[in-house]
Ligand binder design. Structure first.
Ligand SMILES: [Zn+2]
Ligand SMILES: [Zn+2]
Length: 373
């Protein structure tokens, strides 16, 4: 197999400038990144090649040597074949630029892999309905992990890891399925290639100690069930002292009367049938205290009255939601004799209007009878 030169690997011209090289590298690293191609060994090889090419071509001195003498020229120039490990810290910062913080955590761990927990951690808080709507200061208590000093987070006695016997240090095992062979992350060492032969006595092999911390968090106005608040620098602590982020997952209790849908609040209001017949103006509770609702005579069951801007303030800062009053018409369950009399009188006073079905169907009875003669 003829080996591709670094320019071919990155698919650029020999005269390419630095920004072109960087752009080409980002594109290809993104394409072949192991996180995007789990278990794909070809992508992994390509990823390594792309990294190797970038490390040389992005360095003016190395690039000059490479251009003149080729790969051989770089031997003994502090490269010694260890390309793919040497520059990882530098690459790490590029990945953070590329993928943002969420990816940063993952890639950081992939590179070092001397501790086996995530730096980001999560905890829950329960909020009352109103606390979520108006915001609140809450004391939260949470647990985080901090690397065990005796084993430097490895979980192995004295920090001494040995080569994983399951994958012989490769970090991958191969599975056959029919005529296909798949590479899989080693289940024993989870891809690190290293394993613990003797557990660290200080942390029982966990690699970390658990600690508790509490602080007051400012929950912003308008948060809702399922929202997460990120508190940077309050996560788990790595052996090198770097600390991940804490995510606070929000649970909101329901209210007896108000129903929340995003930034809108619904309130069901029972209205007696006579109020519907006569029309009425009523006061109902709202987020601000109370709100006046004008029920026109003849309003329908489930009719909604919408008050814009009287809902919840958007946590993202896009104004406020609606406050929606929905009416529910209530009829009396029973009538006393006086009420019955009054209603009968009322009915009679309407004359034919009080029997709309008779008015509508007058004449039809005779027509229908005629069909069967
Ligand atoms: Zn330990
Ligand atoms: Zn292994």
């Amino acid at each position: 197999m003829t080996e591709l030169c670094y320019y071919e690997i990155l698919q650029i011209e020999k005269s390419a400038d630095k920004s072109t090289i960087k752009k080409a590298y980002r594109k290809m690293a993104m394409q072949y990144h192991p996180d995007k191609n789990p278990g794909n060994s070809e992508a992994e090889e390509n990823f390594k090649a792309v990294n190797e090419a970038y490390q040389v071509l992005s360095d003016d001195e190395k690039r000059a040597i490479y251009d003149r003498y080729g790969k051989d020229g770089l031997e003994g120039h502090g490269q010694g074949g260890g390309f793919s490990r040497g520059g990882f810290d530098d690459l790490g910062s590029i990945f953070e630029e590329m993928f943002g913080g969420s990816f940063g955590g993952g890639s950081r761990q992939r590179q070092r892999k001397t501790y086996n927990y995530n730096l980001d951690t999560e905890t829950n808080i329960n909020l009352d309905f109103n606390e979520a709507i108006f915001g609140v200061k809450k004391e939260i208590k949470f647990k985080y992990k901090t690397a065990c000093n005796s084993c430097k987070g490895t979980g192995a006695k004295g920090g001494k890891l040995s080569t994983c016997g399951t994958c012989n240090g490769q970090g991958q095992v191969h599975m056959r399925q029919g005529f296909m062979t798949f590479a899989q992350t080693c289940p024993h060492c989870e891809g690190t290639g290293q394993s613990v032969s003797e557990k660290c006595p200080d942390c029982s092999g966990l690699g970390y100690h658990e600690k508790e911390e509490s602080f007051t968090v400012d929950v912003p106005e308008g948060v809702n069930n399922g929202n997460r608040i990120r508190v940077s620098g309050k996560g788990n602590i790595a052996p090198d002292g770097s600390r991940g982020d804490l995510y606070i997952l929000i649970n909101v209790k329901e209210d007896k009367h108000f129903v929340r849908n995003d930034d809108d609040i619904y309130l069901e209001v029972p209205i007696f049938f006579t109020q519907i017949a006569l029309g009425d103006t009523i006061k109902v509770p709202s987020l601000k205290g109370e709100i006046e609702v004008k029920i026109p005579a003849g309003a329908k069951d489930k009719q909604q009255f919408i008050f814009k801007g009287e809902g919840v303030k958007s946590v993202n800062g896009y104004g406020k939601g609606k406050f929606i009053v929905q009416i529910k018409i209530i009829y009396p369950e029973s009538l006393n004799s006086e009420q019955k009399e009054l209603l009968e009188k009322l009915q009679q006073s309407f004359g034919i209007e009080s029997k709309p079905h008779e008015d509508m169907f007058s004449g039809i009875f005779d027509t229908v009878k005629g069909w069967f003669k």
